[in-house]
Design a protein around this ligand. Structure first.
Ligand SMILES: [Zn+2]
Ligand SMILES: [Zn+2]
Length: 253
């Protein structure tokens, strides 16, 4: 069997691997290492906000978010964005698992957040109809990939894929204004009564964080059910700080 072309750059692959991506493209998936908000992790385009002891973005100064902290692996652009779109629209569960391994890098480089304690790992759910259409939930695949890459987390991580339910379908967030995005997902999620979250620390997993409205609505449900803390961990961050990130994909969510 001859390997096909790389799914991202379409150059012929040297050898058949588990994933149809060349090593050059894979190595382009790099973490954001510049200045960022201390709370929600949004990257700052300039270092101007870094004079403060704890640099916070405007949203966090207004304390808009229901989660306590958020971190993302990289920026939603270039190869990382291409890889995420590929994972979602080509029904590539294996891609989700492999990309979830990148979350482990973010995990390890944020020891002050993730280093101690036990976590419930909770993927942001899709509405049932949407999941049927796509064949799988990419956030769950990312969560599984994270746990595998951390070697199972030595028992400190427990995946609860059915913890959150999407209790009503929402319009795709893509194409909505900022205010519409917040209104669209408010109250759209609930904690399943069969899952105990009281007093537990939760890591909420999704592929892309844009305004943070979806993650915040999920965190509100978890906090309402008694979670002690909620940290959002996403693969990529789309932000107006980097205008090239704001070109919308069709029906991304
Ligand atoms: Zn390639
Ligand atoms: Zn922030």
């Amino acid at each position: 069997m001859f390997p096909g072309p790389c799914a991202l750059c379409h150059q012929p692959l040297e050898e058949a691997g588990a994933l149809d991506v060349c090593s050059a493209c894979w190595s382009e998936l790099q973490p954001w290492s510049g200045p960022a908000c201390a709370r929600c992790g949004v990257p700052f385009a300039s270092g101007r906000a870094l004079d403060a002891a704890e640099p916070l973005c405007a949203d966090c100064r207004l304390s808009e978010f229901q989660f306590d902290l958020a971190r993302s692996f990289g920026l939603y652009r270039e190869r990382l964005r291409q890889a995420i779109v590929h994972m979602k629209f080509r029904r590539r569960e294996r891609w989700g698992m492999r990309l979830g391994g990148l979350l482990a890098e973010t995990w390890r480089s944020n020891q002050e957040i993730f280093g101690a304690g036990r976590f419930l790992v909770v993927p942001v759910p899709l509405h049932r109809g949407r999941q049927r259409e796509r064949g799988y939930n990419q956030a769950e695949a990312l969560a599984r990939g994270l746990i595998v890459a951390l070697g199972g987390g030595k028992g400190a991580l427990r995946l609860e894929a059915q913890c959150l339910k999407k209790i009503r379908d929402t319009r795709p967030q893509t194409g909505l204004s900022r205010a519409e995005r917040w209104g669209n997902v408010r109250g759209a999620f609930a904690v399943s009564p069969s899952v105990q979250v009281t007093g537990l620390a939760v890591v909420l997993i999704d592929d892309v964080m844009t305004t943070g409205a979806t993650l915040s609505a999920c965190a509100a449900a978890l906090k309402g059910a008694g979670s002690r803390s909620v940290v959002s961990l996403t693969l990529a961050r789309a932000t107006p700080q980097f205008p090239d990130l704001l070109v919308d994909e069709p029906a991304l969510k």
